[in-house]
Design a protein. Structure first.
Length: 159
């Protein structure tokens, strides 16, 4: 780990899925960081990500219904890990992770290549990744709220 990166983030990674009887049916794992250990200017620089207002959502749905516009909403499964991370961020090794011959125990860490849940900048990094993809697909960001996008060519005009 570089000397200027003196913070190694902790992590959590286990969740239990229970069935109706209270028995554990399976274990699920998701790697997430303890973002509270991040230091501004070292591990992150910006955290802003636009959030849509509920009044705007209601307005868009009402306009779509009244004008018979085609509309849809998307939900991304595991959205944050799809975006590449900005800068270098290091994490401690997960519990139970063993190195061959236990050489250098306690000195190794993970360098993140992708965004993960729990990082302070995770929402911003995902939003930038999504925005770039939508622009590539010829969508444009709303001037009223940055969290909404529309097609460049209105749906009632042919392309």
């Amino acid at each position: 780990m570089p000397k200027h990166q003196n913070t190694r983030l902790g992590l959590g990674h286990e969740a239990k899925k229970k069935i109706g009887t209270g028995e554990i049916s399976k274990y699920k794992a998701r790697l997430n960081a303890h973002g509270g250990q991040q230091v501004f200017g070292i591990n992150y620089w910006e955290t802003y990500a636009p959030v849509v207002m509920w009044t705007m959502i209601r307005l868009i749905i009402t306009l779509a219904k009244v004008n018979r516009w085609y509309s849809r909403q998307l939900d991304f499964v595991l959205a944050y890990p799809q975006a590449e991370i900005e800068g270098d961020i290091y994490m401690r090794l997960p519990k139970g992770f063993e190195l061959p011959n236990q050489q250098g125990k306690g000195k190794h860490c993970l360098r993140l290549l992708k965004n993960i849940y729990g990082l302070k900048q995770a929402g911003r990094v995902w939003n930038l990744h999504l925005h770039k993809g939508l622009i590539r697909l010829k969508y444009m960001q709303s001037k009223l709220t940055l969290a909404c996008t529309t097609e460049r060519t209105p749906c009632w005009q042919s392309t």
